[in-house]
Design a protein around this ligand. Sequence first.
Ligand code: BG6
Length: 484
Amino acid sequence: MAATLVIFGASGDLTSRKLIPALYVLLRKKRLPAETTIVGFSRTAFSHEAWRERLAESTARFIGADFDRETWKELASRIFYFSGDIERRDDFLSLNDFLKQTESTPSSTRIYYLATAPRFYETAVAHLGAAGMAVETHGPRRIVVEKPFGVDLSSARQLNRKLHEVFAERQIYRIDHYLGKETVQNLLVLRFANTIFEPVWNRNYVDHVEITAAEELAVGHRGGYYDEAGVLRDMFQGHLLQLLALAAMEPPVRYEAEPVRDEKVKVLRAVRPLRPEDVAEATVRGQYRGYREEPNVRPDSHTATFAAVRLYVDNWRWQGVPFYLRSGKAMECATTRVVIQFREPPSMMFEGGPRSPRDSNRLLIQIQPAEGIQVHFYTKVPDGGMRLRMTDLNFLFREKFSSPMPEAYQRLLLDVIQGDASLFARSDEVELAWSIIDPIQSTWDVAARPPLLTYEPGMWGPAETTLWMERQGRSWFDTCPVLH
Ligand code: BG6
């Protein structure tokens, strides 16, 4: 199968840090289809050779000690560069001619990857349309759209409209790199390839669900982007709501793109939208001390770098079960996980046994780092009468499997080449996610409620987050990271 991957925004960070290293590893693993070529498109003038050299250097840096010159040579021979301006329609016509010359067969699959700044997405799509480059007369044509997909519901709708003027939905691949993570996909395997979890995965047994994506790193050099986006747009709209959808969805009828996405959409549609008057009580927002001094951040910025949000999924399975979503920069440690907190047993005959959800069974799915699963349960202390203690069972991928966890982009790129959209967001999914985020963001921005709290870097967000949970009779599971 011949395929051409055209990367718009080829001189950017994403290309050198993620895309090319992922393609290199796919080639090394012999998974990259034999006739795959890569064409970089960007304004900077490079010869093919100069671009290859630049990528050789960055790829070697990202791959590290395993970098193998022979594999690189093979990949480099498939890499080309085309210098053009995304804002000039004629440059797309020339690009099209160039692609026709480079492609080994006219029926080659073409993938247009938008790795540019988001403000160029609509222009690129319109120019691809005008140049007839989306038409599938000869072979499949696909477009990959990186995040952020809009900045709110109306801009996401507008972008979807523009995309649909040129591409059919089945040609569009919206990236959320969390879906490319093995442990995120494993959520479905855990739930639907085992019989022991699903019967208790509902409101009868679950007290609440906690989804945390904590980052130890601060904003760093991304201040310009981040100060406009903030934590809700950056982490919640995509990554955290995707985790919620996978944790809460019903079993799809088949493991295929449409049934899987249908079920995720049903969950997002069942999420109770927060009314402006609920936002102050249902969310906590914070900014780490020192954020305003970061490069390219406004000195009086009110951008939140931390948020905790309580959502409810109004359906039979989850009625009344809160989903606590939380994410922040400059937190105590880097850990992303889903915690299923079970209820206490209906009656307790042992002293010291669990009497509230706070000290009851827990299933912890650690998405990263040290990918794995932990189950918390009670046991009898040997030779201690009927004394009980909470203990755990641990599963770590790296202990059971010899191959290391692949980078999300390897899987995602391969899926686009092969035409499998299961791990990509559909238009309705993205719009529903924005419709959950928009009322929160606008209440924060317009009504300034709840107040923006300051937290010290290296904490689990503002201290109020802990009190907020306590007022609801619950507590966060704050062990850092629990598996390592
Ligand atoms: C990106 C966000 O989408 O995800 C970043 O823009 C964030 O701010 C990153 O750091 C987190 O991804 P990962 O794979 O490191 O958890």
